[in-house]
Design a protein around this ligand. Structure first.
Ligand code: SF4
Ligand SMILES: [Zn+2]
Length: 525
């Protein structure tokens, strides 16, 4: 740690004198002191380190609340609480060369991964997984009134549809802390529940995205889909027995976007038959060609695990994983070309190193890359690296920025509020203007512009409470919607449709939107 500044020492001393009964009061006091001292909000880890030092020096007394703060992740400060749940072990139609095969966990997952271990203990029960996670977050004084539910466990679309419906219904029940008769009732209850599910993410293969699947997904309340793209090079896909080509990725991307879904691509550098040069081309292609343009990406560098076909090739010397140096250099080159409207959700997967037979085991890869990138003067422009997190928000520093790009037979407009001087992103909205003659799966979306995502960063504030400095209550979301409506109207669209999670329907109703066939719709006069 760098030398703590005098002001952080003073702040910590002040905090140590107080008694706190909840996290919100604690956070508010930090905000108040920082604003008085005119310093940016420090990280909890910084406060904790200073606290430990002062305590050791006998300058302050033990404070039970400060003792615990290191255990509190900053998760709740990024806007929404994440609740990840796993489906039961189930086969997948794929034969991927690198896919690990372990009994007792969903295909492509491995025991030892934190989310897998949590789910295993609860026998993959969705109700218990959701409820327990919320309880733990609540116990740690995190606001959990807004939840993004992430369902993981391999190929969602291959699970029997009866199980899918039951699984999601039980997740809603878990968030509602009570059981409902059916999915519709559980969803309705959640609209006004204390723990609202504002988005659901499902993961699947691109060749399983079709009209029927999208209808099912909407019915369940899904708002974001993660697809296993891995590469855009058909030769590499074939060599790795993915069972689909790039054509399926292109078609899935179009269908998903025209139905308003947010899209996250899973990409795998270092596949059998690839090279850093070929991998970089894959990334260049997905960020420059209109038929790709994902909203988010997860990079899972290929590793060799026992039980995979790749392990056999590795043992025979037919496959050589990238060295750490090769991988780090490649990832920095990817960061260099990432557009400002894409979010890197992950750079590596949380695979325990004892499961890795070949490939990178660097556990703090993200940090190493960040340091190396800084040395080289590379600053990643992705959403994640520019999110405001806990910084102070001054209205006069905000600027409305409009970025436009072509994507899957349409135009995407990324509207955002940013602090340009500090290169910080405060809020954004993804507006899609599909070409009018596109074929729409949902007739309600005909002639309609689409808002696929609306996000404000900063401290998560509970739905009914006003906190003037937190960005979620500056009305930025509302301003972005107004701007999006204005643009759509000008371009001749008659309607605006928003894909919204169950738990945010109320918010949009207040802005004049009405629920129609799972979308929130407003006529643009
Ligand atoms: S699609 Fe995913 S789960 Fe299925 S075999 Fe391939 S990597 Fe494994
Ligand atoms: Zn980034």
């Amino acid at each position: 740690m760098d030398q703590p500044t005098k002001k952080i020492i003073e702040l910590t001393k002040e905090l140590a004198l107080k008694k706190f009964s909840n996290h919100e009061d604690f956070f508010k006091l930090i905000q108040k002191i920082c604003s008085k001292k005119e310093i940016p909000l420090p990280r909890y880890s910084e406060i904790f380190a200073v606290y430990q030092k002062l305590k050791k020096q006998g300058k302050i007394k033990k404070n039970p609340f400060l003792e615990e703060i290191k255990k509190r992740p900053i998760r709740s400060l990024s806007g929404v609480a994440i609740v990840a749940v796993l489906t039961k072990p189930w086969p997948c139609p794929g034969q991927c060369f690198y896919c690990p095969l372990e009994k007792g966990v969903p295909k492509s997952y491995l025991s030892g991964e934190p989310a897998v271990e949590r789910a295993k203990k609860l026998n993959f029960d969705p109700y218990l997984q959701a409820k327990k996670r919320i309880e733990i977050l609540e116990k740690n004084n995190h606001p959990v009134d807004k939840i993004e539910l992430i369902v993981i466990g391999g190929t969602w679309s291959y699970l029997p549809s009866k199980y899918q419906t039951w699984f999601i219904k039980r997740c809603f029940d878990g968030a509602n802390f009570s059981s409902s008769k059916n999915l519709a009732e559980a969803q309705k209850k959640n609209e006004n529940s204390k723990h609202r599910i504002i988005g659901i993410t499902l993961e699947t293969r691109p060749d399983y995205i079709d009209e029927d699947e999208l209808r099912r997904m909407r019915k369940l309340g899904c708002t974001r889909v993660e697809i296993g793209v891995q590469s855009t090079d058909n030769k590499i896909l074939k060599k790795n027995k993915r069972g689909h080509g790039v054509e399926e990725t292109i078609e899935a991307t179009r269908l998903l976007k025209d139905a308003g879904f947010k899209i996250c691509y899973h990409l795998m550098p270092g596949l059998y038959g690839s090279s850093p040069k070929k991998d970089l081309l894959v990334f260049k292609k997905i960020f420059s060609q209109p038929e790709f343009q994902p909203d988010m990406i997860k990079i899972y560098p290929c590793v060799v695990t026992k039980g995979s076909q790749l392990y056999q090739a590795y043992k025979k010397g037919e496959y050589k994983p990238y060295s750490d140096k090769q991988l780090i250099n490649l990832l920095i080159k990817i960061k260099k070309i990432i557009p400002p409207y894409v979010r890197i959700n992950r750079l590596i997967r949380d695979i325990p190193s004892w499961q890795i037979q070949g490939g990178s085991k660097v556990s703090n890869l993200r940090q190493t890359i960040q340091e190396k990138a800084k040395e080289q003067g590379v600053f990643c422009q992705c959403i994640r690296c520019r999110e405001i997190k806990t910084g102070k928000i001054k209205k006069q520093d905000l600027k409305l920025i409009k970025r436009e790009y072509s994507a899957s037979n349409g135009k995407e407009i990324f509207l955002s509020f940013e602090n340009e001087k500090e290169n910080k992103l405060i809020a954004f909205c993804r507006l899609r203007l599909p070409e009018k003659n596109n074929k729409f799966i949902f007739s309600v979306l005909k002639d309609s512009a689409l808002i696929r995502e609306l996000h404000t960063y900063g401290q998560l504030v509970e739905i009914d409470k006003k906190n003037k400095k937190a960005s979620q209550h500056l009305g930025l979301g509302k301003k972005l919607i107004k701007e999006a409506e204005k643009i759509a109207r000008k371009k001749g669209y008659h309607k605006m449709a928003i894909i919204a999670g169950i738990g945010v329907r109320e918010y949009y109703r207040h802005l004049g939107y009405r629920l129609q066939n799972t979308y929130l719709i407003k006529l643009l006069k």
